[in-house]
Design a protein around this ligand. Structure first.
Ligand code: GRF
Length: 202
């Protein structure tokens, strides 16, 4: 039997994506959430973790070495950024290259990059007159919201959408997509070739 893959989730806010992961992996034969990290003391994500008995940590400064030490102390195999608003130090990106995922609430490479978070993303999608939006999970590299795209899921933009309504509809598909990708990662089914990534059946 293969060992269980230990996942750390980084979240700055409410943590509904974290909740979807906790739900999907509690229990799961190949993956477990072993650590939840936040940059904000009061982040509700920390409360969600504690309720399930998952270890938590608060990172207050961007010191790559101490983040690596924290992840190693918890024997973390994969890192998932789920609404984490701080830049991950490049030393951590290097150490976890190919083993770090981010979820973004739009169809990257559109509507990503610095300043593109929260409702701003959805407002920009509406402003641009897009007919489709969605969620993207990608491998993390040194560039914000960049790196090989592993999976995307689309939603239709409706004529009467507001940023709030579109955000809610995208969030629903985020909650399906992220656990699927994390389970695929734990099962060793994420493949990469240069800038391309995909999920293999087995
Ligand atoms: C999600 O839309 C995620 O894609 C983005 O930040 C939001 C976090 O929501 N990066 P939550 O904290 O998981 O509820």
């Amino acid at each position: 039997m293969s060992p269980v893959t230990r996942v750390a989730v980084f979240a700055s806010g409410g943590g509904t994506n974290l909740e979807a992961l906790l739900e999907a992996l509690d229990p799961h034969p190949t993956a477990e959430i072993a650590l939840v990290v936040s940059d904000r003391d009061g982040a509700f994500a920390l409360e969600r973790a504690s309720r399930r008995g998952v270890d938590t940590a608060i990172v207050t400064h961007d010191d790559g070495e101490s983040i690596i030490e924290l992840l190693e102390a918890h024997a973390i195999d994969w890192v998932v950024l789920a609404g984490y608003l701080r830049i991950i130090p490049s030393g951590v990106v290097q150490r976890f290259r190919g083993r770090m995922l981010n979820i973004h609430p739009a169809l990257l490479p559109k509507f990503g990059g610095a300043g593109m978070y929260g409702e701003r993303v959805h407002a920009a999608v509406l402003e641009a007159g897009e007919t489709e939006s969605g969620a993207t999970v990608h491998l993390v590299d040194e560039v914000y919201d960049h790196g090989p795209i592993v999976a995307q899921r689309m939603v239709n933009v409706k004529p009467d959408d507001t940023p709030e309504r579109l955000a809610a509809r995208v969030l629903e598909v985020e909650h399906e997509l992220l656990p699927e990708v994390v389970i695929a990662a734990a099962e060793g089914r994420i493949r990469t070739s240069g800038e391309r990534a995909w999920i293999a059946d087995e």
